[in-house]
Design a protein around this ligand. Sequence first.
Ligand code: FES
Ligand code: FES
Length: 164
Amino acid sequence: MNILITGGGGFLGSRLAQALARRDPKARITLLDTLREHLGLTGSKKGCDHGQCGACTVLVGGRRVLSCLTLAASVREPVTTIEGLASQEGSLHPMQQAFIDQDAFQCGYCTPGQILSAVACVNEGHAGSDADIREYMSGNLCRCAAYPHIVAAVKQARSAMEKE
Ligand code: FES
Ligand code: FES
């Protein structure tokens, strides 16, 4: 099994491999439970556990996935969680900074999933207009209804990410 949690380097990758190796390889453990229960990476949230809220969104190979619907044993590419999004030096990712600047959260429960989905939104070219952003982000629910601020954050980060 070749899994690496980006941002954590080999240490976290090794911990994940060890956590999985201790289990029956046929065990049907999800990526979300692996991250939260076996690695202590609790940034990815368990909202519905049924693929309906987006709180568990992470990036696998740069593409967003719902970790509650993803079997850990099926993962073959690097996983990026909210813990691994900032640079190794500790500076925030432009999307994290934009969420702060645009006041794009209240309780924060949905925010890790929103941010990772938003990163994919920009990287996959779906941030061209407000309507495109809303459509792409529609799978990430926010009970605090921070949606207008989230769209503003995606647009702010898009500009910064395009300059990188
Ligand atoms: Fe995965 Fe809700 S916890 S979509
Ligand atoms: Fe509270 Fe989104 S900020 S659920």
